[in-house]
Design a protein around this ligand. Structure first.
Ligand code: SAH
Length: 482
């Protein structure tokens, strides 16, 4: 809430400039910055500079701005809708400001607030939508920071959506005033038309909007299967972040940290559904049914999964259930644990001349006598990333050695990859079984095996073998059982 006495000394307005001339006096960097800013509009730029720097000249050539290559005189300002004094020469800028005032043209003088009739905003441009941020010149860096934050929040396709909305304005006027019309617009901007525009499918967006107009049916639900990344908040994608902020309901796994779930709207409903090995949680069938039910209720749901939703995330079953129920869904990729672990170790997952393939696997399919396909790949040089591999570490190592992989093959292990409390261990395949006995690892663990691992940076890691003979029971915190 603004303080009672806090009044704006500059009032923001959006001024029509289509086809109007905007005069900029100056040939240097400041003039170029203003030209770039105003160049985002359809105003006709008139740049008054006897000599201009190369970059400004190429801007003029590229945009078709008018270049008045002459010593400044007041007549150059005539007919302009706004004037910028950006010469960098204090006396000249003052003269320009005075001339503009005499001609009754609003003027902005760069770095001279006392000469300004108006200030320029930091601008988020999603034409025709514009968000202008002003600080009355008090904090240009703050304005830029806010600009960055707002820019990341808004879909790149917001402009296209607003343009589509404009074409439906007349039709929407025929809906009953009040709730009916409001609901149409809410569903338009948050429902199927918006999602189709986001996907670049404009014809479908148009059809969906028409359907909303005629059906008057309650909004259909939508489920986004979203990858939350390996745990660090800033490894979330911008799209995941945006969907989280729009969601009515967030259905999340135990491995997704609270800090990420908290990035959703404050009033969003949050439903934890497990699954952490050994803890009570909803069964997969119950989760599928829950998603279908929320979709039928018309909710916008984010189904938040750790890492990437399509890697050991049981997304296949959830998508099948949604498809069968006719509920719209989309998938938003995330940074999978193997990538985060590799980054923590500066470990090249593929390495020229050493490893040209990469396997994502879980040791849990090492049943019976037959070797799984990935073991053969490991032997022929692939880098192997083992998910949920801690409790089967001995089995994985034993079977690989038995199949012919050298016990000296390098192994890297990361607990809590990407997070501040991560721990790194390195060793060989022969050391790997010791992992099972480590009671001190309570977070999720990623194991990477292969010759490429030898190229990692082991400076901040501990030897894996230190605990080889320890005989403690293994803790149960491995994440999802797939
Ligand atoms: N969909 C997830 C994987 C889910 S399976 C992804 O793409 O990453 C759960 C397993 O992922 C864990 O047992 C562990 O092996 C791995 N994992 C998830 N987050 C991890 C992290 N921060 N550090 C190390 N391993 C992690």
């Amino acid at each position: 809430m603004p303080q009672a006495n806090a009044k704006l000394n500059a009032f923001p307005v959006f001024m029509r400039v289509e086809g109007e001339a905007v005069a900029i006096v100056g040939g240097g960097e400041a003039a170029l910055a203003k030209a770039r800013l105003v160049g985002q509009s359809s105003a006709v730029l008139r740049i008054i500079a006897q000599t201009a720097e190369a970059e400004l000249l190429s801007f003029i050539a590229a945009t078709g701005a008018v270049h008045v290559a002459a010593a400044y005189e007041a007549a150059h300002l005539e007919g302009a809708a706004m004037v910028f004094a950006a010469s960098g020469d204090e006396a000249l800028d003052r003269r320009v400001a005075e001339d503009a005032r005499r001609l009754s043209i609003p003027v902005n003088a760069v770095d001279r607030p006392e000469l300004c009739d108006f200030f320029t905003p930091a601008l988020v441009n999603r034409a025709p939508v514009a968000i202008a941020i002003g600080t009355e010149g008090a904090g240009p860096v703050l304005a830029q920071m806010l600009r960055g934050r707002i820019d990341r929040m808004l879909s790149p396709s917001l402009g296209a959506l607003a343009t589509l909305a404009a074409s439906f304005r007349g039709a929407a006027e025929r809906l009953p005033k009040g709730t009916g019309r409001r609901r149409f617009w809410r569903d338009f901007f948050a429902g199927a038309p918006a999602r189709a525009v986001e996907a670049g499918e404009f014809a479908r967006a148009h059809d969906a909007a028409v359907e909303l107009l005629v059906s008057n049916a309650p909004a259909s639900g939508h489920i986004a299967l979203v990858g939350a990344g390996p745990g660090a908040e800033d490894l979330l994608t911008l799209r995941a972040h945006r969907l989280l902020m729009e969601a009515d309901v967030i259905v999340h796994d135990a491995l997704v940290p609270e800090a990420i779930v908290a990035m959703g709207r404050r009033d969003a409903e949050r439903l934890p559904v497990g699954k952490r090995k050994g803890c009570h949680s909803k069964s997969q069938e119950e989760i599928n049914a829950l998603l279908v039910e929320l979709g039928r209720e018309g909710k916008r749901v984010v189904r938040l999964k750790s890492g990437d939703p399509l890697v050991f995330g049981r997304a296949g079953e959830e998508m099948a259930a949604l498809r069968d129920a006719g509920i719209a869904y989309e998938v938003v990729p995330g940074v999978t644990a193997a990538f985060a672990a590799a980054a923590d170790f500066e470990l090249p997952l593929t390495l020229r001349g050493v490893s040209s393939s990469l396997v994502f696997t879980t040791g849990h399919d090492l049943k019976g006598n037959s070797l799984p396909d990935w073991a053969k790949l490991a032997i022929s040089g692939a880098t192997v990333a083992v998910y949920m591999g801690r409790s089967v570490a001995a089995e994985v190592a034993g079977r690989l050695i038995e199949a012919g992989l050298s016990p000296d093959t390098a192994v890297a292990v990361v607990e809590n990859a990407s997070l501040g409390n991560r721990r790194r261990f390195h060793g060989t395949l022969a050391d790997l079984p010791s992992l099972e006995a480590r009671a001190d690892l309570s977070g999720p663990v990623m194991t990477i095996i292969g010759d490429a691992v030898a190229g990692a940076n082991f400076e901040r890691s501990e030897p894996l073998a230190a605990h080889r003979h320890e005989d403690t029971a293994s803790a149960t915190a491995e994440g999802v059982e797939q």
